[in-house]
Each structure stands twice: as structure tokens, then as C-alpha cells.
Write a protein that binds this ligand. Structure first.
Ligand code: AMP
Length: 190
């Protein structure tokens, strides 16, 4: 069984690529961003709480995020391989994820980081805003804040898995298909 984390800054293409990988390898795709957006759409208490953080590009508190992920994994029951997209976003979440998997006798097989430069990701998110309808994509100040949060809180997660010999980098520049091929080559080698 393979459990992967697709990692990278906002706008690096994680969502698009995670969806393709899940389809191609038969993995369960879990995107915490998508889970939050669905809660917001359904106007749940969790959604209302999360919205105030998401709308300013901040991380939703760990207790809320980890609780939501735990519930999702419990609902899925037995799964054969997961690709996590947008989670973990800090060390505490990484430790919680490792613990949730350990209780199922599973581990993270690898973290794959999409390497993309900051100017490129701002351009991509601005472009995505035209069709995504995401308020957090439409304002450059919020985008820059999400990138700053990524650098400060999320980037250290790479080193956390690197210490275990599980972190990998893939060039995230290029067209969707080229990047997907690079990712598949790496996954097949794990
Ligand atoms: P994403 O779709 O992954 O870009 O996530 C959109 C927003 O949801 C982020 O900017 C955060 O506000 C929130 N979010 C998603 N995943 C997490 C997470 N693992 N921890 C905290 N907040 C998150």
C-alpha cells in the first residue's frame, strides 16, 4: 500500500496533479482545502469557523483541521492508498497524520514536493481565480499571505520527512502532462 503526500506552495498544481494520480493509481484523494470548501458551501459550523481563516489566507486551527481529517479517514474505513493534498501543513499535523496511520498499521511512503518559483505561482493563482470562484485566489495580498504562511509553517514539513529519507522533489514547471509524467516516474520508483 502506498500513502503519499503531494506537497508544495499554493498554486504549485497539487490539486490538479493529485486528482490525476488518484485516478491513475486508484488512490483515495484527500484535499483538506476541498473538504473545507464543501463544509463552507453546506454552511456547517465547521465551515463557518474555517471561512474566517481561509478568507485571509491563514491556516485553519489544527484542532479543527486534524479533527476533520480524522473523521474523513474513519468514514473511508479501509482504503488502499491515499494521496494527501494540502495536508499536513505544519509539523503538528505531520505528527498527527503519522499517528493516525500508525493506528492502522500504515505509514507515509513518501512526500513529493512540487518545485515552483514564487512569481510563477502568483501568476498561476491569479489565472485560476478567473474560473475557480475562490475569493482567496482573487486578491494578491491574500495570495502573498498564503505564500508567507507556507514558507514559515509548511515548508519545515519537508525537512521532517526528509529526516526519515521520505522526501522527494519534482520540477513543477511545465505543462500538466509533463509534470504528471515526472510524478508517475517517481511514484513508480518508490
Ligand atoms: P488549498 O485548497 O489547499 O489551497 O487550501 C485553501 C485554504 O484552506 C488554505 O489557505 C487554508 O486556509 C485552509 N487549509 C487547507 N488545508 C489546511 C490545513 N492542512 N491546515 C490548515 N488550513 C488548511
Amino acid at each position: 500500500m502506498i500513502n503519499l503526500i503531494l506537497f508544495g506552495p499554493p498554486g504549485s498544481g497539487k490539486g490538479t496533479q493529485a486528482e490525476k494520480i488518484a485516478e491513475s493509481y486508484g488512490f483515495l484523494h484527500i484535499s483538506t482545502g476541498d473538504l473545507f470548501r464543501s463544509e463552507i458551501k453546506n454552511k456547517t459550523t465547521l465551515g463557518l469557523e474555517a471561512q474566517s481563516y481561509i478568507s485571509r489566507g491563514a491556516l485553519v486551527p489544527d484542532s479543527v483541521t486534524i479533527g476533520m481529517l480524522r473523521k474523513k479517514l474513519d468514514e473511508e474505513g479501509d482504503f488502499s492508498g491515499v494521496i494527501f493534498d494540502g495536508f499536513p501543513r505544519n509539523i503538528l499535523q505531520a505528527e498527527a497524520l503519522d499517528e493516525m496511520l500508525a493506528r492502522r498499521d500504515q505509514v507515509i511512503s513518501g512526500l513529493i514536493a512540487l518545485d515552483v518559483e514564487e512569481d510563477e505561482i502568483v501568476n498561476r493563482i491569479t489565472e485560476r481565480a478567473k474560473t475557480s470562484g475562490r475569493a482567496d485566489d482573487a486578491d494578491e495580498g491574500i495570495i502573498r499571505n498564503r505564500i508567507a504562511v507556507y514558507e514559515k509553517e509548511t515548508a519545515p514539513v519537508y525537512a521532517y520527512y526528509e529526516e526519515m529519507g521520505k522526501a522527494h522533489k519534482v520540477e513543477g514547471k511545465g505543462d500538466i502532462h509533463t509534470i504528471f509524467t515526472r510524478l508517475c516516474n517517481l511514484i513508480d520508483s518508490l
